[in-house]
Design a protein around this ligand. Structure first.
Ligand SMILES: Cc1cc2nc3c(=O)[nH]c(=O)nc-3n(C[C@H](O)[C@H](O)[C@H](O)COP(=O)(O)OP(=O)(O)OC[C@H]3O[C@@H](n4cnc5c(N)ncnc54)[C@H](O)[C@@H]3O)c2cc1C
Length: 423
């Protein structure tokens, strides 16, 4: 067994534990992977360095992820959360408003989903996996990985300073922004998207405007800063997530502190600040910078990378949790086959198909920031059939190759933007 990397390790731990599948991280990717693997009768141990509930950004889901939550047997756990329902996205540019309704879309399947406070959502998912038989170890941090196609292992540090080795038959990395195996195995590569910054908080929104639709995420183009956009994600408890994303030099120039920048960006947006005139902040301003990330490979001998531990694009179309859950569902099915004696081809059965949908989202993200997608979205008379194809991708059905905008996103977005510019 080859040891690839260790952190603060003096000597190997004496305590050894064994399982079929070890999962790093108890976020949505880890919880879905654990739930699917349990359904295949495998023993699963999830290692989570924090204690839940813990805050996470990423609160607006896409309908596509409901399919995978259902497959994993987690739908009931989600439904008992009584979350804010979501049926689409509202785009705002000054006084112009365009609603995209996910129930009216090209691809068949779920047209609604939820907007969730992640502390509660993530806790519900992992609690359901635990109730189904997963062992979940909170407050434990993975510090080393030993690659091996048949018997990979992790070293784990407990909060009391003791350590143990977890021997597995397969390791899934669902460690999110920490990207544990990408760091340990030297897989990190440039994200191929510009580095941006987000400043965000939660507010008691006190919105009374009758025209405001709580069933939609509100995405606004900032009237003063061309590269900045905002999200407003209402929850079912009268709170909402409010964030701004853009070029970091522009956001940093808006004030001397995260609080000042967030306040200035809100005050400089007349429509948003009118909507939120009675809002009260209910948590500190969070800041995330340079979050887009990629890896050279999503799998290797005895391991695969899920969700943000692999590739993360951009918050604009709320694709993160959907990609995380889908990758978990796909990988868990292949792990089950492999541990059952089959030899799945991880390149063609996991990485290539997963990347294809991610690349569709990437094409949409690029078109958002270079202005082609806003030109399409705000066009006054879009043909309904084209709107339904775009609605399907924005609802998360980026893997539906029957949809021309998923099969050939760049060519289709280019030609439609060109048409919109001249009509
Ligand atoms: C500004 C911003 C806004 C966003 N908005 C949205 C949105 O509206 N909708 C959406 O779908 N997505 C959104 N995202 C993306 C979303 O946050 C992520 O895609 C999603 O949380 C990924 O889930 P995950 O399960 O891969 O990882 P996570 O949810 O990050 O879970 C990883 C877990 O691994 C644990 N961990 C890390 N290191 C270790 C270790 N060494 N040992 C043990 N455990 C470890 C962590 O503590 C964590 O609990 C947004 C992202 C950003 C940056």
């Amino acid at each position: 067994m080859e040891q690839r990397y260790t952190m603060n390790e003096a000597s190997p731990p004496e305590e050894h534990i064994s399982t079929d599948v070890a999962i790093i991280g108890a976020g949505p990717a880890g919880a879905v992977a654990a739930s699917v693997l349990l359904r295949h009768g495998l023993a699963v141990q999830v290692i989570e360095r924090t204690h839940f509930p813990r805050f996470s950004i990423g609160e607006s889901l896409l309908p596509q992820c409901m399919i995978h939550l259902e497959e994993a047997g987690l739908l009931e756990a989600v439904q008992t959360g009584r979350y804010q329902s979501k049926n689409g996205a509202r785009f705002q540019r000054g006084d112009e408003i365009v609603d995209i309704d996910f129930r009216d879309k090209f691809t068949p399947g779920w047209g609604t989903t939820f907007q969730v406070e992640r502390a509660d959502f993530d806790q519900r998912l992992i609690a359901a996996a635990e109730a189904s038989g997963a062992t979940v170890r909170f407050g434990e941090t993975v510090t080393a990985f030993y690659a091996d196609p048949l018997a990979p292992a992790l070293d784990i540090l407990r909060e009391d300073g003791s350590r143990y080795r977890l021997n597995a038959r397969f390791v899934l990395d669902a460690s999110g922004y920490a990207r544990v195996l990408a760091q340990l195995e030297g897989l990190c590569r440039d994200a191929r998207l510009e580095s941006r910054m987000a400043v965000f908080t939660h507010v008691e929104d006190h919105i009374t405007d009758d025209h405001y639709d709580r069933d939609k995420v509100l995405i606004g183009l900032h009237p003063r800063h061309a590269s900045v956009w905002s999200w407003l994600i209402p929850f079912s408890n009268g709170r909402a997530s409010l964030g701004f994303v853009g070029d970091s030099t522009i956001i940093e120039a808006c004030g001397d502190s995260p609080q000042a920048r967030h306040a200035a960006l809100l005050n400089d947006d007349p429509q948003l600040s009118a909507l939120l005139r009675d809002a009260r902040p209910c948590r500190d301003i969070g800041v995330l910078k340079g979050y887009s990330a990629d890896v050279t490979h999503l799998h290797g001998p005895g391991y695969a990378l899920l969700g943000n531990a692999g590739e993360f694009l951009d918050p604009v179309f709320s694709s993160g949790v959907t990609i995380a859950i889908r990758s978990a569902s796909q990988a868990a099915g292949l792990v089950a086959r492999q541990l059952n004696g089959e030899t799945p081809d991880w390149a063609t059965e996991f990485e290539a198909p997963l990347r294809r949908g991610i690349d569709t989202f990437r094409a949409f993200v690029e078109a958002w920031y270079d202005g082609r997608l806003p030109a399409i979205i705000f066009h006054p008379n879009p043909p309904e059939y084209l709107k339904r194809m775009i609605s399907a991708v924005l609802a998360g059905y980026a893997w539906d190759l029957d949809n021309p905008f998923a099969a050939e996103p760049r060519r289709r977005l280019d030609s439609l933007a060109e048409l919109c510019a001249h009509s």
